[in-house]
Design a protein around this ligand. Sequence first.
Ligand code: NAG
Ligand code: NAG
Length: 269
Amino acid sequence: MFFTLLAICLPRSWFDLTNVSDIRVPGGHAFEVIHSLLHPSPYVDRSQAHDLPGTCSPQDIDIAIQASIRKALRGPVLLRDFALRADGGKILPGLTTAVHTDPSAPDQQTFGPEVIIDDLTAIGRCWSAVVPSQVGLSIPALIHPTNVTIDHIPRELAADIGRAPRRMTLWGVVDGKPNHARYKSVIAARARRTPTAPLLTSGHVFLSIASFKYDIAAESHIQTFPVSQDVVESRMNFGVFVLEIMDDWGAPEVCLYRVRIHGIPATLD
Ligand SMILES: *[C@@H]1O[C@H](CO)[C@@H](O)[C@H](O)[C@H]1NC(C)=O
Ligand SMILES: *[C@@H]1O[C@H](CO)[C@@H](O)[C@H](O)[C@H]1NC(C)=O
């Protein structure tokens, strides 16, 4: 958006841009805004190009930039996040890898796994763990999961992009009679090559519902992955999940910023 404006308005209004009113960004969303200004796609809907200012007056440019920011603040993921802590999502310590703080670096600020279900991304505000590791979480209602989203910070802002997660599996805990019956047919139809549980199980039965790779070279630092088709078609519902992180992009510890779980609320069936 910003570059489109520059292209349209240069050279006439180059200096006017210095007069664009200061850009206020609500806390925690600075990355999305900066990223959207640096990378117009995919945040900017190109079909909205007719929204560009008719003139290149500072007011028009200001309006266009504010509109671009509003769009960026809505984020690229317009799917409800059922894992959100503010809505009742919880971390389950029994299904989460214990993290020992490094006694040789006592000053280093560490964050608990709760940060990964907050709608607040800030550099360094992530859960660090040696890979492979896992984090268990429960959501306030049963859902038929459809997608999972992993947030990292933009590559340009990361001190060490090697800490971004790489290969991951989202597991669901199989609970209740109807789900166990559906689970049996899903498992029977799957080849036996896949692992059947994460590292820590707390005695639960697990089904892998999505296996995916976060791509540090992708255009967006917020990436959404689909749940396996056989799970979607099974109509199984889940309220407890484990995100297992197999590896990262080369650092000794992964730094997980956020996980979002999307789906359709389950009706009692
Ligand atoms: C920029 O703002 C200053 C101070 O408000 C004003 O004097 C000046 O005329 C403005 N420039 C333009 C091109 O609007
Ligand atoms: C969500 O997952 C479904 C399949 O479960 C897929 O068709 C859809 O494209 C995904 N949506 C996004 C935004 O990735």
